[in-house]
Design a protein around this ligand. Structure first.
Ligand code: GTP
Ligand code: MG
Length: 436
């Protein structure tokens, strides 16, 4: 059963039933009962549910303003109240300082999702231009070291761990020493052997005192539902930080309970895990979460996703304009430029410069894209990054592999060299990336 899907579907069903009804008192009361049932099933605390029902109930007696119905009033109340229950209108953010070292320590009871979340958070921050490193300080669970190491390799971030050591605090300190030169965010995965909060908090305090993290984040498994209240509360009382990530919201019928309970303690819910995959991880925003639940179309989330993609595109374009590209990246970049219109047009947008970029090369490149892809597919990785090593006999073999003429291979390499030279020359003219 999936909380997000089921919870959302039942809410939408109830809303549609209300919309299709006459909107008389009986229908409104039935709607309120439906909502109560749905929230209780999602393990939302009974007092919270009663409070919400009372607010909805009050709308039955209220006169709607001109042009609106009581159905509208009740729906709006449901929307506002749900946002409240799930965390209010303020979204909490993970505050990082890009110009100093941020040390994030993840804690949580056994199986709550710390290791997975460490990798998800690393990937999320990497996409936002942070230089992230992962440190495995879990010395209790067999395989914890390899689990995080493999995840780190997959998302291509530096990793530190000591497979043989049993001293988690020492590992964490060594890891910080080893990675702090090259990273500005270090995420420390800790052991979760404790089933109870008391001993977890003890160890967390001990480690925090020694390594002095800038952030301690509690990872809570949504399947514990309302019990999240006690966990979040104990944690909040023990530290001043009180940030939370709630995992497994996809797979738990009790997600509503976990979120509302954690919120009730005053803790900040920063992110939610919504699946096992690395990218199934989102900033938690009560408003957009409620929009998703009620199916109101989540423009906010969409625009953030677009923003994310833009950052990635900008980083690639910047590298390209510094002349840092291999053959494959050249072809990818040409495709991207093609989607946006000719590069020369973009350059013309820069005041004071009307510059015909390697136009010839660009036209040539556009014409040959398919051929070039085939050629690149028959090259080795090394040849793609450093085409200088391709001699005539290799060129012939590559051409045969790609089903093209050897001249095509040579032309590709010539174009590549020319693009690289020209882009670097542009740079010397003080022209920077055309997107800002
Ligand atoms: N469906 C789903 N599964 C998740 C999510 N986050 C973690 N998991 C799964 O939960 C299980 C436990 O995750 P781990 O990251 O190993 O948990 P942990 O807290 O590091 O566990 P210990 O190190 O044993 O304390 C794994 O099978 C994960 O794939 C999530 O958001 N959704
Ligand atoms: Mg773990």
């Amino acid at each position: 059963m999936s909380f997000l899907k089921d919870f959302s579907k039942s809410l939408k069903d109830a809303i549609n039933k209300l919309k299709g009804s006459t909107g008389d008192e009986a229908a409104l009361k039935e709607f309120i009962r439906d909502i109560q049932r749905i929230l209780l099933r999602a393990d939302v605390n009974v007092n919270i549910v009663l409070e919400l029902s009372n607010k909805l109930q009050a709308k039955i007696k209220e006169d709607p303003p001109a042009g609106f119905t009581r159905k509208d009033l009740i729906l709006k109340e449901l929307y506002d109240s749900l946002i409240d229950i799930l965390g209010g209108r303020n979204k909490h953010r993970l505050e990082l300082n890009p110009s100093s070292l941020n040390i994030i320590m993840l804690v949580g009871i056994q199986g709550s999702g710390k290791t997975t979340t460490a990798a998800k958070l690393a990937y999320y921050l990497k996409k936002r231009n942070y230089r992230v490193g992962l440190i495995s300080a879990d010395t209790y669970r067999l395989g914890a070291y390899y689990q995080l190491m493999q995840l780190a390799q997959k998302i291509e971030v530096p990793f530190y761990g000591e497979a043989e050591s049993k001293d988690s605090i020492m590992i964490a300190m060594n890891g910080i020493k080893a990675l702090s030169g090259s990273c500005n965010v270090l995420i420390i995965d800790t052991a979760g052997r404790h089933r109870n909060e008391a001993s977890l908090i003890e160890e967390m305090k001990e480690m925090a005192a020694k390594i002095n993290p800038t952030h301690v984040i509690l990872v809570i498994d949504a399947t514990i539902g309302q019990a999240a209240y006690n966990q979040a509360k104990a944690f909040n009382e023990a530290t001043k930080i009180g940030s939370i990530i709630i995992t497994k919201l996809d797979g738990s019928a009790k997600g509503g309970g976990a979120i509302s309970a954690a919120k009730a303690t005053g803790a900040k819910i920063l992110f939610i895990g919504i699946g096992e995959k690395i990218e199934e991880f989102e900033e938690f925003d009560p408003v957009s979460f409620t929009n998703q639940l009620l199916g109101l179309g989540d423009i906010d989330l969409l625009s953030r996703k677009i923003e994310e993609a833009r950052v990635e595109q900008k980083i690639r374009a910047e590298k390209f304009m510094r002349g840092e590209f291999n053959l494959k990246e050249l072809v990818d970049q040409i495709k991207e430029f093609r989607k946006m219109g000719p590069l020369s047009k973009l350059l013309n947008l820069i005041p004071g410069f009307s510059f015909e970029l390697p136009d010839e090369a660009m036209k040539e490149a556009e014409k040959n894209l398919d051929k070039w892809e085939a050629i690149i597919n028959s090259m080795t990785k090394k040849e793609i990054t450093d085409p200088k090593i391709i001699d005539r006999s290799r060129a012939r073999r590559i051409a045969r592999g790609a089903g093209v003429d050897v001249k095509d291979v040579e032309r590709l390499i010539d174009s590549y060299n020319m693009m690289k030279r020209n882009v670097k020359r542009l740079k010397r003219f003080g022209i920077n990336v055309p997107y800002r």
